[in-house]
Design a protein around this ligand. Structure first.
Ligand SMILES: [Zn+2]
Length: 125
């Protein structure tokens, strides 16, 4: 099945990218922790920078989890099946959102997660 193979390739590559990004973020974070400045303005800037890095790391970890879940679904033969209504997810949607675990109807019905973030699956429709 061409779409399945294509999706697996895309997701595997994405997983590698995200893992690299997390490693880079952790390196940056350690760097700013180590370079504690005596100047309070610098310290505030470093704290702000840390917060940005933390948010980026959080978002990256969420995406890694999504990608892992999608890869797991491929391995267990549930690729392309909506995890909510168990109907097939249409192919156009899978091509646009390779890690989609819900059909467009269920994704649209899903509540946004805490915070104001719009779920990625909905954003990319
Ligand atoms: Zn569904």
């Amino acid at each position: 099945m061409a779409l399945l193979e294509h999706t697996q390739t895309v997701l595997t590559r994405r997983h590698r990218e995200l893992t690299r990004r997390i490693q880079a973020l952790e390196r940056d974070r350690r760097h700013t922790d180590a370079a504690v400045s005596a100047d309070s303005a610098d310290r505030a800037a470093e704290r702000e920078n840390d917060e940005v890095l933390d948010r980026l790391a959080d978002a990256t970890l969420v995406e890694i989890e999504q990608v892992q879940r999608a890869l797991e679904r491929i391995r267990s033969g549930r690729f392309g099946i909506c995890e909510r209504c168990e109907r097939p997810i249409d192919e156009l949607r899978l091509r646009a959102v390779p890690d989609a675990t819900r059909c467009s109807v269920c994704a649209a019905a899903a509540m946004p997660p805490p915070g104001n973030a719009v779920p990625r699956a909905v954003q990319e429709q």
